[in-house]
Design a binder for this molecule. Structure first.
Ligand code: FES
Ligand SMILES: [Fe+2]
Length: 437
């Protein structure tokens, strides 16, 4: 829970951001980012190999495999995976690859079974991955060791009800990866929210193009005049960078917006509020980037991540997820999609998401044209720059060819728990007091 002092400091910092007439003192000038980061197959291959193989990735919600024996297929990061709610209660992930001749062990998106059986020759595995059944076992050599032919595990850990996977056996535990967010997110009840909606849409742009539309508020007055602008004052936006590439934006509503309007747009009253959410989460808009591909506003009504999956250099699958407290018999909460009979899955992206995604395909085409050379970013877009720094660090800076690199100009002194803005704000307040005396 945030203390009164922390709340007061965040509020003061937002005001200070609104007042300043230049970027904070000492904040680095952000060099242009090379265009090739969005268009080079070579850089894309590095992202795939390092970022998506070594980061903790959102995989799903326990509601998708609620009981022992339930399983779900998961292919969003390329390799076919099965996530299993074990007969012992543990949630595990495995490559969905039979250790015999590679057939899929699970062939439906969801199912339930006390054993997993490959349909090709009926090799059978326990829900903990152990191989327990091989038909015509006598035709394999006598020393054929079944104990070393279990399903190959993929790291799988949970934050409350939310399932994450990591392809890197040596990765740090999920809670270390999340760092300060574990505590900061306690109030959002990850252990209580249920999965209300999960739909995906294919976009014709690089995953970073799609994601970056949700990583700054500079665009809010221009592309969201009716939808987001009444909720977010971009001038008083406060960005905070966290270790491991995560970040937060935090902004109050514009002074001109009345509370009723905010409620009507942001928090339909029939949805069950998350009572543990404190003052900041109830009255401001905050949105977190969870490196590498999750962006989620968190409020006293929803945990609604947008998750961006590269399907190729120039295409992205966008998952629109809404998690909320149990909605009983009421309407199912869905922040991001609306019914649409003609859409393939019966849903369409909501107006806000349509606004955010509208330029993606054209941007991608421009980026691949001769006109697009590099990307200059403002202080308000520093979350994007810092995200790119984290991408290169995850890849390993020495592995990134020089023409693709971003310079690591945002140093740790700007990363949580450090924040030079606090001292500058306090100094300004002190000067103000002295001037008044
Ligand atoms: S490939 Fe699975 S049993 Fe043969
Ligand atoms: Fe937006």
């Amino acid at each position: 829970m945030m203390t009164e002092e922390e709340i007061a400091r965040l509020r003061a910092l937002m005001e200070w951001e609104g007042e300043r007439s230049a970027p904070p003192e000492g904040f680095p000038r952000l060099p242009d980012m090379p265009a090739a980061r969005y268009t080079s197959p070579e850089y894309f291959a590095l992202e795939q190999e390092h970022i998506f193989r070594k980061s903790w990735l959102f995989a799903g919600h326990i509601d998708e495999i609620p009981e022992r024996g339930c399983y779900m297929r998961w292919n969003n990061a390329g390799d076919p995976i099965v996530i299993v709610h074990g007969m012992d209660g543990e949630v595990r992930a495995f490559y969905n690859t039979c250790r015999h001749r590679g057939a899929p062990v699970v062939t439906e998106d969801r199912g339930k079974s006390a054993r997993l059986m490959c349909g090709y020759h009926n090799w059978t595995y326990k829900t903990d991955g152990t191989l327990v059944g091989v038909p015509e076992r006598q035709d394999f050599p006598p020393d054929f060791d079944m104990s070393c032919r279990g399903l190959i595990p993929v790291r799988c850990e949970m934050l409350g009800n939310v399932i994450f996977v990591n392809f890197d056996d040596g990765a740090m535990p999920l809670t270390d990866w999340l760092g300060p967010l574990v505590e900061e997110w306690e109030e959002f009840a990850f252990d209580k929210v249920r999965l209300a909606a999960r739909y995906s849409f294919d976009l014709n742009c690089n995953w970073k193009v799609a994601m970056e539309a949700n990583m700054e508020v500079y665009h809010v007055p221009f592309i969201h005049p009716e939808t987001v602008a009444p909720l977010v004052d971009p001038k008083r936006n406060l960005n905070t960078m966290y270790p491991n590439g995560h970040a937060r934006m935090l902004a109050p509503p514009p002074r001109t917006t009345d509370r009723e309007h905010v409620r009507a747009v942001d928090s339909p009253p029939e949805w069950q509020p998350i009572e543990s959410v404190g003052e900041i989460g109830r009255t401001c808009t905050q949105s977190y980037t969870l490196f590498p591909n999750w962006v989620s506003p968190l409020s006293n009504y929803f945990v609604p991540p947008l998750v961006f999956w590269p399907t190729s250099l120039t295409t992205t699958r966008l998952e629109l997820v809404t998690m909320a407290l149990d909605w009983g018999d009421g309407p199912t909460p869905d922040l991001w999609t609306v019914p649409d009979e003609n859409a393939p899955n019966g849903r369409q992206m909501s107006p806000i998401i349509l606004e955010d995604t509208q330029f993606g395909e054209a941007i991608q085409q421009s980026m691949q044209s001769a006109a697009f050379r590099s990307v200059p970013l403002s202080y308000q877009e520093a979350r994007i720059y810092s995200f790119h720094q984290s991408c290169d660090r995850m890849i390993g800076i020495e592995n990134v060819p020089e023409q693709f690199r971003v310079a690591q100009v945002i140093g740790d002194e700007w990363v949580w728990p450090h924040d030079p803005r606090v001292r500058q704000m306090e100094a300004a307040a002190q000067q103000g007091r002295e001037a008044a005396e």
